[in-house]
Design a protein around this ligand. Structure first.
Ligand code: NAI
Ligand code: MG
Length: 352
């Protein structure tokens, strides 16, 4: 039997509610469908840990995490006690950077039982692959002069290595899905980096003749997310474009409480990290009403990453069945508690 060694960091706030719920779901999935088991090792690294030790994780924290096949994280942040820049940079962003998790992946789909803010959402099911290490979010630049003569310059940095890496990831993903990659470009307005982006896209696409491609300028592409999101399969985008598109993707699904994400180390040199889009939601922590779906869907992405796609598909199906039956937390218009939604998903999983 295959055992997956997973490092688990529930973190703060509702992370401490939705992570245990998702571990129940993962254990149930493994038991019901056999062949694999999970060995979860929990780490209490969080703002509580910071209050006690003056740091978000121990000094050898990264060396410890390195040995796991994946990192499953809830949320980080307790702004009433620890400033966000300390808690996030001391844990979440530290892991993303040091483990070279250079690709951020976020799906968006019409989830049965969810209300999309779109008036007539057709059945959309898309994934945004965002380059997460450079691009527009570079530290290259500065300011010169004072007062009304002041000038600020920020340089966008596009290396062939990182651009190609994100694009290959998108093509590999599309190959396992509906076989279509859309490039988010803006080569009509950004005249150096974006024509380069287009060139690399054309080059990479040569290696995937079975995958169809299209390219849209980011402005039109954003509009299509609203008017016809069902036309997309996989979208590859630079850091800035991907950042904006993924928030839009989350918005058309109807709630941040269900949106999942993955931070991928594409070379496999370090573990990848799976964490939902939402934060620690201090406003609802302790009430037992946090929506566990964002974290559970994130667990599904982790299963896909580990190569357990069949089990991953079952997990998503069970979750959607439960939402479709109206067993939902208050954030998406229901009156169920975290524990009820979780128990229903587990029981559905056993019968699939
Ligand atoms: P948030 O995502 O925690 O909450 C925003 C709103 O959405 C709140 O009203 C919250 O109740 C609701 N919400 C979020 N997830 C939900 C769920 N699963 N079920 C039901 N309702 C849910 O964002 P906010 O309030 O801006 O940040 C709170 C803390 O979380 C801060 O310390 C922030 O820095 C941190 N944060 C951490 C992230 C991470 O760990 N990746 C991401 C975003 C914020
Ligand atoms: Mg963002």
């Amino acid at each position: 039997m295959k055992t997956y060694e997973i490092a688990v960091i529930p973190g703060d706030g509702i992370g401490k509610e939705v992570v245990p719920a998702s571990l129940d779901v993962l254990r149930t999935a493994a038991e019901a469908h056999g062949g694999i088991r999970f060995a979860f090792t929990e780490f209490p690294w969080s703002c509580d840990y910071f209050m006690e030790h003056g740091k978000m994780m121990p000094d050898d924290g990264m060396d410890i995490l390195r040995n796991y096949e994946a990192i499953f994280l809830g949320a980080v942040g307790d702004p009433a006690r620890v400033p966000d820049h300390i808690s996030l940079w001391g844990l979440l962003i530290k892991i993303r950077r040091e483990f070279e998790q250079s690709i951020n992946v976020r799906p968006a789909m019409l989830f049965e039982g969810m209300e999309s803010p779109l008036k007539n959402p057709k059945d959309f099911d898309l994934i945004v692959v965002r380059e997460n290490s450079e691009g527009e979010y570079s530290e290259i630049g500065g300011r010169i002069h004072k007062g009304e003569d002041q000038i600020a310059v920020q340089n966008a940095v596009f290396s062939r290595k990182a651009t190609e890496r994100a694009m290959r990831y998108a093509f590999e993903l599309a190959r396992k899905r509906r076989g279509h990659v859309t490039s988010a470009t803006k080569s009509n307005g950004i005249v150096h980096t974006m024509p380069f982006w287009d060139e690399v896209f054309r080059d990479v696409s040569q290696d995937y003749p079975e995958v169809a491609t299209s390219a849209y300028h980011i402005d039109a592409l954003s509009a299509f997310f609203v008017t016809k999101p069902h036309i997309f399969d996989v979208i590859v985008a630079s850091n800035l474009f991907g950042d904006i598109l993924t928030d839009l993707g989350g918005a058309i699904m109807g709630s941040i409480g269900i949106a999942p994400a993955a931070n991928i180390n594409p070379s496999g040199k370090y573990p990848s990290m799976f964490e939902p889009v939402h934060g620690s939601a201090p406003d609802i922590y302790g009430k037992g009403i946090a929506n566990p779906i964002g974290q559970i869907w994130t667990a599904k992405m982790m299963l896909d990453h580990l190569g357990e796609s069949e089990l991953a598909a079952k997990l998503l199906e069970a979750t959607q069945d439960v939402t479709a039956r109206g067993i939902k937390t208050p954030d998406i218009g229901g009156s169920s508690k975290t524990a009820q939604v979780t128990a229903e998903i587990c029981s559905r999983l056993k019968s699939l």
